[in-house]
Write a protein that binds this ligand. Structure first.
Ligand code: SPV
Ligand code: MG
Length: 553
């Protein structure tokens, strides 16, 4: 009965475009349905329920924004809502464009924008701007026919998607102007290029629309909004040859009922005990929001936790005390039970999720050739200290990172302990330092004086702050020995970088040790926390240390 409009099944894509699908709904011989939505969430719910298309109701979008259905929301604000709805769904949206949000020129711009945002069609009504909802008052003034036809033409001429639909809405029955006026206008709007007419009625029976449909005789598709004639059997619409019925505001109204009841009950009972069972769970909200997809995407696009963490290893010195052992390699590359010491150390960090390994090389640098590491060189290693080596890696001291001597071994879980620190810098301090090497051996030690001594309980997590660090501390004030690994927070990294620059400025950088750098930071108020550890580590300074290292493993 109805004329079939040509529609273009988007030739590039397998699925027809949204606009093509709305056009097909308008022109199909079946009665089709559009369900109201007013935001991204309700649009999703409409699609989830199985509807093939969405009515973006002006009344509902306005009400959801807390304003009246009188063009109080600007057309660009409506456009924003539509964008969320369109992004959240795959089914076509027919937007209630009121009177076209202005004259023909506003209509042109609106249609262009709607096409850009993937909206499938617009319905405009033949009333005056600012519009009034059809169910308010009597005898609303109608638009001049020619002016309205110009608006339809302007819309059709502006669509950038050939399947986009312009539906012309007849308010003649609403205005009490009768069937003759409705038919006259419908004919003019059809001739002006409207893809369908929406015939609206506020009677409690479908008589007006059925009589219109009979007279219209399928000249173009008819859309109806049976908000007031709810008792009419849907088959009557089918029998009348209606193309599309719009359930125009029922999600909004249902939401108001539910929100009101819930708010009032919670207010009354000052408790959630009575309401929780009667609503969707938070988990369902996450499901509707598509959180599962986000979790999948995070796996694809975000680095795994810790993957971006960097550790900078200071491995430039020879370790001359090791004599012949370091003649052809730096001490960090001496073999300990079948593997270079540095490789074992790096494994520890990798186990803790640190993937970005930076090694500062110096003596026999070509021997530091481990896989998957970044190297930077301190070519002045023979005449400079640790701070200068660290300065060579300054670009890698970023965010949360570690700085470690390259010639130590320790229990891997010490790293995990360091990662829990809240301070700018956190260092591992051996509380059992006295039991290590005897002072009689004369080793230079990285001694630390803290805000409190070790309490005897390794699970004690009361904060401990470093007060002094150096190798010249008064034995009475020493609380432990720094094992040579420090974790820097983002702020800690910034402070270390700034201090290196300050040392460069005052020319102390070349001769400074890590201890000097840390003490300077303490002096300037950087909070350096200490994590007490119970021995179980070693640094490798002589051949005896290598024997110990073997045993340690
Ligand atoms: C709307 O949903 O905003 C409509 C339909 O225009 S009605 O409220 O019935 O006029
Ligand atoms: Mg409306």
């Amino acid at each position: 009965m109805r004329g079939k409009a040509d529609h273009n099944w988007n030739s590039q894509a397998e699925t027809p475009s949204k606009a093509a699908r709305l056009r097909a709904m308008l022109t199909s011989p079946e009665l089709e349905f559009l369900m109201e939505a007013h935001n991204g969430l309700s649009a999703k719910i409409v699609e989830e329920a199985g509807f093939k298309g969405i009515w973006a109701s002006g009344l509902s979008m306005s009400a959801a924004l807390g304003v009246r259905d009188s063009n109080e929301a600007s057309w660009t604000q409506v456009m924003e809502v539509l964008e969320f709805m369109s992004d959240a769904t795959t089914v076509p949206i027919l937007v209630d464009g009121d009177t076209g949000w202005g004259n023909f020129n506003n209509m042109r711009r609106a249609v262009t924008k709607l096409c850009q945002r993937g909206i499938a069609g617009i319905c405009i009504e033949d009333k005056l701007f600012p519009k009034t909802n059809s169910f308010i008052g009597e005898g609303q003034p109608l638009a001049d026919i020619d002016e309205f036809c110009g608006k339809i033409k302007a819309g059709k001429d502006s669509q950038t998607d050939s399947d986009f639909s312009v539906v012309a809405r007849l308010e003649a029955f609403i205005a009490g102007r009768g069937l003759g006026e409705a038919l006259k206008r419908a004919e003019a709007y059809h001739a002006a290029g409207a893809d369908a007419v929406l015939v609206h009625s506020k009677q409690s029976t479908a008589d007006e629309i059925v009589s219109f449909a009979r007279e219209w005789a399928g000249r173009c598709p008819i859309v109806i909004v049976p908000t007031k004639y709810t008792q009419t059997p849907t088959d009557d619409f089918r029998d009348a040859g209606i193309s599309v019925a719009i359930w125009a505001n029922h999600n909004l109204r249902a939401a108001i009922t539910a929100m009101r009841e819930t708010s009032r009950q919670i207010f009354r009972e000052e408790s959630l005990a009575g309401v929780d069972g009667g609503m969707v769970t938070v988990k369902e909200v996450f499901e509707l929001a598509g959180n599962e997809e986000l979790a999948e995407a995070e796996k694809r696009y975000l680095p795994a936790a810790g993957e971006t963490m960097t550790a900078v290893f200071l491995a430039a010195s020879r370790g001359a005390a090791l004599g012949a052992l370091t003649e052809d390699r730096p001490k960090c590359m001496i073999d300990v039970r079948g593997q270079p010491l540095l490789r074992r150390l790096i494994e520890n960090f990798k186990e803790s999720g640190v993937r970005d390994i930076v090694v500062v090389r110096g003596y026999k640098k070509e021997k530091i050739n481990l896989p998957s590491i970044t190297t930077v060189d301190n070519d002045l290693y023979a005449n400079t200290g640790e701070a200068a080596s660290l300065a060579c890696a300054i670009d890698h001291i970023q965010g949360d990172c570690f700085v470690s001597y390259g010639d130590i071994l320790f229990r891997q879980h010490y790293l995990d302990q360091l990662m829990t620190g809240d301070d700018d810098i956190t260092i591992a301090v051996d509380a059992l330092w006295k039991e290590r090497k005897s002072d009689a051996e004369g080793w230079v030690r990285d001694l630390v004086s803290c805000s409190r001594p070790f309490s005897g309980d390794y699970l004690d997590d009361d904060p401990v702050i470093v007060k002094r660090i150096g190798n010249q501390l008064d034995p009475a004030e020493v609380d432990g020995e720094w094992i040579g690994v420090a974790r820097l927070s983002r702020r800690g990294s910034e402070r270390v970088r700034a201090e290196i620059e300050a040392m460069r400025e005052d020319a102390t950088l070349p001769q400074s040790s890590m201890l000097d750098l840390l003490q300077r930071l303490v002096d300037k108020g950087t909070s350096i926390g200490a994590v007490y550890v119970p021995g179980q580590w070693l640094d490798v300074d002589d051949a005896a240390d290598f024997t110990r290292a073997g045993k340690f493993l």
